[in-house]
Design a protein around this ligand. Structure first.
Ligand SMILES: NC(=O)c1ccc[n+]([C@@H]2O[C@H](COP(=O)([O-])OP(=O)(O)OC[C@H]3O[C@@H](n4cnc5c(N)ncnc54)[C@H](O)[C@@H]3O)[C@@H](O)[C@H]2O)c1
Length: 265
């Protein structure tokens, strides 16, 4: 469904690293932005946005915040590997609440998925988004769960969603792995803009990476959504740190997550 500018955009995880960046950019073009997070917004809330503190695991709070939303940008939750007990409410229950709110309000969801959905694929192997996932952590499993919620909610209820498998969204790549996984912040924002404004998305999956010469990823829904990447990590190739001494980290696309233990509680 075409984006209705009079309805609100909700951004979860607004107090986080990417959330703060997105909040600042969104208000430049949209007058109806609602920011939410488990913790207070650090500093001043951008002019033009309102902030509501809430836990995405709280179904009633999510439903109320998302009332009459056109788009929900779901960036809130645990953003690294933690115990399953920690991941469960924030990333599993939370994403169910988001998709339920989207269904009830006819909203589109843009989900911050992750490269850790495919982390145990070996480096150098070119992946398409429709190849089998290979999670490297409970965190990665939770992101696959979110993508699968999008798939079911589109097929069953017609809820549109875009799932961005973010690699390493940073101002600059820091290490050798990032030369393959880096997503510049401007490229992230242009993905968000197209995900909001595309006439229809159906169920879409994007590699959240810039046009990196050393990419491991190809064939996503970028063309269908009109997404063009402007940046390439290669210009930082002389600046980044070299490989680690850990053979597991170096073997797999998910890097350090592949060697982390999975702990239930
Ligand atoms: N930064 C990256 O390179 C990257 C890579 C892959 C995926 N992602 C995903 O993008 C999103 C944002 O990443 P980030 O780097 O800004 O992470 P971040 O940890 O800085 O931000 C996440 C935010 O979510 C909030 N949050 C945690 N639990 C919550 C809950 N139960 N209810 C409401 N809010 C909760 C936190 O308070 C935090 O502000 C995350 O979903 C992350 O998994 C990021």
């Amino acid at each position: 469904m075409a984006f209705d500018k009079t309805r609100k955009i909700v951004l979860t995880g607004a107090s986080g690293n990417l959330g703060r960046f997105l909040a600042g950019e969104l208000v430049k073009n949209h007058g109806n932005v609602v920011l939410t997070d488990l913790v207070d917004y650090p500093g001043t809330v951008p002019v033009g946005a309102t902030f509501i503190r809430a836990d995405v695991a709280d179904a009633d709070a999510v439903m109320s915040i998302c009332e009459e939303a056109a788009v929900i940008l779901h960036f809130g939750g645990i953003s690294t590997e933690k115990t399953f007990e920690t991941i469960l409410p924030a990333n599993i229950v939370g994403v169910v609440n988001i998709f339920e709110a989207a269904r009830k309000n006819g909203a589109r969801v843009v989900f911050a998925s992750s490269n850790h959905t495919i982390g145990f694929h070996e480096r150098g192997r070119m992946l398409d988004t429709d190849m089998p996932t290979r999670p490297d952590s409970f965190y990665g499993i939770s992101k696959i769960f979110g993508e699968n919620m999008g798939s079911v909610y589109f097929d069953k209820h017609g809820v549109e969603s875009v799932h961005i498998r973010i690699g390493s969204a940073l101002p600059e790549p820091l290490d050798e792995r990032h030369l393959s996984t880096w997503l510049s912040l401007p490229d992230l924002f242009s993905m968000i803009v197209r995900s909001i404004e595309a006439e229809r998305t159906d169920f879409a999956t994007l590699w959240g990476a810039s046009a990196n010469t050393r990419t491991w990823w190809r064939n996503d829904d970028s063309e269908r959504l009109g997404i063009v990447r402007a940046d390439n990590s290669e210009i930082f190739a002389d600046k980044v740190s070299g490989p680690t001494n850990d053979p597991i980290t170096e073997k797999f696309q998910g890097g350090i997550f592949c060697g982390m233990d999975t702990v239930i509680r």
